[in-house]
Design a binder for this molecule. Structure first.
Ligand code: NAG
Ligand code: NAG
Ligand code: NAG
Ligand code: NAG
Ligand code: NAG
Ligand code: NAG
Ligand code: NAG
Length: 477
């Protein structure tokens, strides 16, 4: 930052008591004033009456006075008061040697941002010094360093950005086998009983196993049988293992299955628990197994696994998987163990019919006053409203039918909100099929509201509601 002031005033006065004039003000000899908050001007007079003003110093924004040709440094900022060859005086501002860096870091402070380390250098300059790896290893800017086996380069680019990246192509790294030999990327090599492949960054991975007398690599999690040996290459979690088993030698002992005191040879079948036909299966390791082939019903009918058969009132099924003989009611099975197919009985508020396979199905609902409402239908009960017998979710329920229509005394059907006349009353169809009285009807006149009178000739017609009762009365005036 620069502030410039460039003038030198010269004048002449007659009086012995010579004074300088500056900006309309009089100054005595040697008097110094500050102008523009930035410069110091001094008055110089001669005995012969001549005078001049001269810039003798600068004033910093902080109010410090600096003589021409000198500088001040408060750490953060340096202010220099310079007079150039044209006689101009300039206040030059620059960062102090101990100035803070951006972000408020103090001079000399070092800090790390992400993976990069900086220091606040002289003059408030932020200097990038190091890259820092995840393990805390520092690599100097412009240098390379090892992170494990990988060479990383730490650099600051011309555009100012800093980076830490692999110094070489991932595939350029060689792997080192246990015997010290170097292997190229992609190369496969044996190391004991394992086969490794050299991968990126010189990291070799196990890709299989190697066994004596086996030319090909044994893939992971596979067995290879050679002569009397089985070679097994296993990966279990992160662990690899290689094992060789001697194959089971033929034994003279013939394994037999035993059941209820009898023995059976491999392949023979027998009946178990009166319900299954099983086959004897034996293994070279002398273990035996009873393999279920089919199920047998109490009547002695054999059913293959996965099939079923009807026997009397029951259906027998030979289930898959963990084989079992399962029974379910047959077509002629009784319901509740007492009702025959087609029989109808009453259970609480419901009428139920026995269907084939022992299934009971609901026929209708029965209201308390004995009205039978077939499933899915509505009926008006004695209390005057309509009930419905419906399936809601898994249940059959009987409930007031909110959306039910009304029926007039003459048997007509009315929709909700319809009004009609019934004798001297006006009714409106409301929820649950109830026709409520909403007024009275006078012949040749029309409707009148509840609790209103209508006078015609010598008579007064009254439409009244008392308690729950409605009345229509005609009385002489
Ligand atoms: C001018 O001032 C000087 C010193 O103040 C004094 O000695 C001198 O006599 C004065 N001259 C006149 C003409 O007043
Ligand atoms: C007055 O005196 C000064 C210094 O002695 C001289 O430089 C200047 O020319 C003189 N001025 C006049 C008007 O005599
Ligand atoms: C800065 O330069 C480096 C190296 O040339 C480049 O990878 C990076 O993208 C540049 N960054 C910006 C913001 O231009
Ligand atoms: C390999 O053989 C071993 C030993 O007989 C056995 O436990 C394993 O299940 C076999 N593995 C495969 C993949 O067949
Ligand atoms: C014997 O061999 C059978 C079939 O290979 C196997 O399922 C069983 O687990 C083995 N039993 C023993 C005790 O090794
Ligand atoms: C019956 O009338 C009421 C009030 O005017 C109205 O809110 C309702 O929607 C009507 N119902 C039908 C089924 O029209
Ligand atoms: C209707 O008339 C009767 C008998 O005159 C009277 O008692 C009653 O107050 C009247 N009601 C209205 C609402 O005017």
């Amino acid at each position: 930052m620069k502030v410039i002031l460039a003038f030198l005033l010269i004048g002449f006065a007659l009086a012995n008591d010579t004074k300088c004039t500056y900006d309309g003000k009089e100054l005595s000899n040697d008097e110094v004033i500050t102008v523009q908050n930035a410069f110091q001007i001094k008055c110089l007079t001669e005995d012969n009456g001549s005078w001049k003003t001269e810039i003798v110093g600068c004033v910093t924004p902080g109010g410090e006075k600096v003589n021409v040709g000198e500088k001040s440094d408060d750490g953060q900022k340096v202010h220099e008061c310079i007079k150039n060859e044209n006689g101009q005086v300039v206040l030059k501002e620059s960062r102090g040697t101990k100035a803070d860096c951006q972000g408020g870091h103090k001079s000399g402070e070092t800090w790390t941002e992400k993976s990069f380390k900086f220091t606040c250098a002289e003059g408030g300059v932020t200097k990038f010094t190091h890259c820092v790896t995840a393990d805390g290893v520092e690599i100097e800017s412009g240098k390379t360093g090892k992170v494990g086996a990988i060479e990383m380069k730490c650099e600051q680019h011309a555009n100012g950005t800093v980076s830490m990246s692999a110094a070489n192509e991932p595939s350029s790294y060689e792997c080192e086998a246990k015997d010290g030999t170097k292997k190229k990327n992609g190369e496969e090599y044996k190391e004991g009983n394992f086969v490794r492949k050299c991968g990126d960054y010189g990291i070799a991975k196990i890709v299989g196993c190697s066994a004596e007398g086996v030319t090909e690599t044994i893939p992971i999690n596979q067995n290879v049988t050679v002569g009397d040996f089985v070679h097994s290459c296993v990966k279990d979690g992160d662990k690899y293992s290689f094992k060789t088993f001697g194959k089971q030698k033929k034994s003279n002992v013939v394994p037999l299955c035993g059941h209820e005191g009898k023995t059976y040879k491999h392949g023979e079948t027998f009946i178990k628990q009166d319900a299954f036909r099983v086959k004897c299966v034996t293994y070279p390791n002398l273990t035996t197994e009873h393999q279920v082939l089919s199920c047998i019903t109490p009547a002695g009918i054999e059913i293959p696994i996965g099939r079923s058969v009807e026997e009397g009132e029951l259906i027998y099924e030979c289930t898959n998987g963990d084989v079992s003989l399962k029974t379910t009611p047959g077509k002629t099975a009784k319901c509740r163990k007492i009702y025959n197919v087609g029989e109808i009985w009453i259970e609480g508020l419901f009428k139920v019919r026995c269907e084939p396979y022992g299934k009971s199905s609901l026929v209708s609902c029965l209201s308390k006053d004995g009205v039978e409402i077939p499933l899915g239908q509505q009926r008006r009960i004695a209390a005057g409203y309509v009930m419905e017998c419906v399936i809601v979710g898994d249940n059959v329920i009987m409930r007031p039918a909110k959306e039910a229509k009304c029926q007039t005394s003459s048997g007509e059907t009315k929709n909700i909100n319809d009004t009609w006349n019934e004798g001297n009353f006006v009714r409106r169809c409301e929820s649950y099929g109830i026709g409520n009285i909403i007024g009275c009807h006078i012949e040749n006149v029309g409707p009148i509201g509840i609790n209103t009178n209508y006078t015609r000739g010598d008579y007064v017609h009254m439409c009244l509601k008392q308690g729950d009762q409605f009345y229509f009365k005609t009385v002489p005036k």
